[in-house]
Design a protein around this ligand. Structure first.
Ligand SMILES: [Zn+2]
Length: 345
């Protein structure tokens, strides 16, 4: 049965300007909004964004760093990191992006929707407590996850990061916390070059980080198979009360930064899995927040595939033909994590 799906979109996310040649440009969201207007009129619940509170921001970011971002208000294009330019209204877009994610959590918890997608810029998963990085200013998902733990006493949140870059910000922030289980698939040869398989969580949270570096040749079938084999025992064993997805689409074959070869079929397939596998944990709500994805057309197609699956799905599972490579990778992940007891067989 399809889900009640909420989204946040807002023109103000286009006011974060990064310069003509930067891949993280407003055209990404413009393409998504055109697609939404064509395909989803009246099929989505609109959740207007609100800025996060200072207190919510300070649960993740240092006061000095937040002050530094606010000081960039009304400045012309400046740079927070070598790859992270910002403009006069970037602070406002970033603050609103974090707030959209917080409000999305409230919308899910109050039952306004069963699934929520924050279509925001700038992205967040590389942002560190005191440092902008990799096009990210504030760590949108980390702020919303922390808020969900504090406000709703959830205890267990599963964060899935399918962006092709490792979400080092989310990874580091929750590395020693069993309250957030972070599962990432990423290309280890791309920025930020982190996220080794052997990094499985800090002393207080062994087994609560699942890093899976993936080879570039994985197919849609491989990717869906990998997620199926890892998420099935993980969701059953961990019993998350909220599932959050750092939804970047730069593993798409047409992406100018990623080097992988997936299509929107993979993202649709993983969404289908989430809709069905969550039954084993009592149907926790599904939260998505936009991260990377730098081909506007591939990005719009991929978001469309995810939203269609959420609204009309779950569609029938296709027969998968996994490669030897992915079979070996799954076996390796399972053997490393077998001893921690988080996976449930
Ligand atoms: Zn990315």
């Amino acid at each position: 049965m399809g889900l009640k799906v909420g989204i946040t979109r807002d023109e103000r996310f286009l006011e974060h300007k990064t310069g003509h040649f930067h891949p993280e440009h407003p055209k990404r969201l413009e393409a998504i909004c055109r697609m939404l207007d064509r395909q989803f009129t009246d099929r989505l619940i609109s959740i207007p964004p609100e800025p996060a509170t200072l207190e919510q921001m300070e649960r993740i970011h240092s006061p000095a760093y937040i002050k530094r971002i606010l000081k960039t208000a009304d400045q012309r294009i400046t740079s927070l990191a070598p790859d992270t330019p910002i403009s006069a209204d970037s602070y406002m877009a970033a603050w609103l992006a974090a707030g959209s994610c917080v409000k999305g959590v409230d919308s899910l918890m109050s039952g306004v929707c069963d699934a929520f997608f924050a279509l925001v810029r700038p992205p967040g998963h590389h942002a560190e407590p005191a440092r902008a990085s990799g096009f990210c200013l504030f760590n949108n998902i980390a702020i919303a996850a922390k808020y969900a733990l504090d406000r709703y006493d959830l205890g267990r949140i599963l964060v899935i990061d399918w962006d092709i870059h490792h979400g080092n910000g989310i990874h580091d922030i929750f590395y020693d916390s069993p309250e957030v289980l972070y599962f990432s698939t990423h290309d280890p040869l791309l920025f930020p070059y982190s996220g080794e398989l052997a990094q499985t969580g800090g002393d207080k949270a062994k087994g609560y980080t699942v890093n899976v570096p993936i080879p570039r040749e994985l197919t849609d079938d491989d990717m869906i198979f990998l997620y199926q084999e890892i998420l099935r025992p993980l969701i059953k064993g961990y019993q998350p009360r909220l599932i959050m997805v750092a939804a970047g689409f730069d593993a798409h074959i047409d992406d100018p930064i990623g080097r992988s070869r997936l299509t929107e079929t993979a993202f649709q397939g993983i969404t289908r899995l989430l809709m069905t596998l969550r039954h084993s944990a009592g149907d926790p709500p599904l939260f998505f927040s936009l991260e990377g994805g730098y081909s506007p057309r591939a990005l719009a197609d991929s978001v469309q595939a995810v939203l269609t699956e959420l609204i009309d799905g779950p569609t029938a599972s296709p027969e998968l033909s996994p490669s030897e490579t992915v079979l070996a990778l799954v076996a390796q992940v399972q053997s490393i994590h077998a001893s921690y007891g988080v996976f449930h067989d």
